[in-house]
Ligand binder design. Structure first.
Ligand SMILES: [Zn+2]
Ligand SMILES: [Zn+2]
Length: 286
C-alpha cells in the first residue's frame, strides 16, 4: 500500500501556492488520513544579505527567511493558530503542525531554537540543510553551482558535514531531501561515495529516518532525493524512510508516491517508518 499521509508540505504566506484549507481538501480527496503542514523555519542573522534573499524578495517568498527567532515566531504564531482552528473544523482528517527547520549548529541557534520550540510546540520537526556558510555568506545550491570547482567541493564537504551534525543533534524527527545539491547536478562523481557512506552510517547510528523526497521528479534529474546510490546505502545500514512530496501546491500532494516507493524497494529499502514511529521520535535528544 502507498503511504496515506503527507508531512512535508508548504502553504500560502510562506512559499506555497495554496492555503492550508485547500491542502487539507486535496489530502482528503486522495484518501489520506493525515496531513502535516511544514513551512520553512529559516533563522540566520545574515540571511537577508544572501544572494537568494534578493531573488526570493523579487519572487515574493522572502517571508520564509527570518533574521531573528522573534521574527520567525511572529510568522508562525498566527499560522499555527489557523492550523489549530482548521483541525477543529475538519475532524475527519488529522492535521499536524510541523516545521521544516534549517539547522545552523551554533550555540546562538540552539538557544533560540529551543526557546521558540517551547512556545510553538510543533507536532514534528524536519531537519534540513539548504545552506552552507562560505566566507561569511549564507549560500544555497545555486551559489554552489556558480562557484569555482575548488570552492564548490569545499561547500559540498560542508553540506555533508552539516547533515551529519544535524543527525547527531537528535532533535529532528527525520532528515529532509538528503543529496539536495544534486538539484544542480552537484556531488554526483564517484569521489563522493565515501562521504555518502560515512554520512549514512552516522544517520543510522543516530536512528534518524530519512525522507524520499519526490520533488526530484519535478526537476531535470528526474529521480527522488536522495538518488539510488544513497538509497542503497540507506538500505545497507537499515535507515528507516518515509515518502515526502514537499508539496508547494495541492496538485503536488502525494505525487509520485507509488513510483518512489517502488524505486526505494528496487534500491533494497524495506524499512518504511509508520506515522506513529515518525512522530514518536520527536525530540529524542531531550
Ligand atoms: Zn526543503
Ligand atoms: Zn520543503
Amino acid at each position: 500500500m502507498t503511504q496515506k499521509f503527507t508531512l512535508h508540505t508548504h502553504t500560502w504566506g510562506f512559499d506555497g501556492q495554496n492555503t492550508p484549507a485547500e491542502m487539507i481538501a486535496r489530502a482528503r480527496q486522495l484518501g489520506f488520513d493525515c496531513i502535516g503542514i511544514s513551512n520553512h523555519f529559516i533563522v540566520h542573522p545574515k540571511i537577508c544579505h544572501s544572494k537568494m534573499y534578493k531573488y526570493a524578495s523579487a519572487s515574493g517568498y522572502a517571508s520564509i527567511y527570518s533574521a531573528s527567532f522573534s521574527d520567525a515566531l511572529q510568522k508562525f504564531e498566527p499560522h499555527y493558530r489557523e492550523l489549530t482552528r482548521l483541525q477543529s473544523e475538519n475532524p475527519d482528517i488529522r492535521l499536524l503542525r510541523g516545521l521544516e527547520v534549517d539547522f545552523f549548529d551554533t550555540p546562538q541557534w540552539h538557544d533560540g531554537f529551543a526557546r521558540t520550540y517551547e512556545l510553538l510546540r510543533p507536532d514534528y520537526i524536519i531537519g534540513a540543510a539548504h545552506f552552507v556558510e562560505h566566507n561569511g555568506n549564507v549560500c544555497n545550491v545555486h551559489d554552489m553551482a556558480s562557484a569555482d570547482s575548488k570552492t564548490r567541493d569545499k561547500m559540498l564537504m560542508q553540506y555533508w558535514e552539516n547533515i551529519r551534525r544535524l543527525a547527531a543533534s537528535n532533535i529532528f524527527n527525520w532528515i529532509a531531501h538528503l543529496d539536495l545539491p544534486r538539484k544542480c547536478n552537484l556531488g554526483i562523481e564517484p569521489k563522493w561515495h565515501n562521504i555518502h557512506a560515512q554520512t549514512l552510517q552516522t544517520i543510522a547510528s543516530c536512528g534518524t529516518p530519512i525522507e524520499i523526497n519526490t520533488s526530484g521528479y519535478r526537476t531535470i534529474i528526474p529521480q527522488p532525493y536522495p538518488c539510488d546510490s544513497i538509497l542503497k546505502l540507506a538500505a545497507q545500514y537499515n535507515v528507516p524512510v518515509l515518502l515526502s512530496d514537499d508539496a508547494h501546491s495541492t496538485q503536488q500532494i502525494g505525487a509520485n508516491f507509488t513510483v518512489a516507493k517502488q524505486f526505494a524497494r528496487d534500491c533494497g529499502i524495506q524499512r518504511f517508518a509508520t506515522l506513529n514511529q515518525l512522530l514518536n521520535l520527536h525530540q529524542r535528544g531531550k
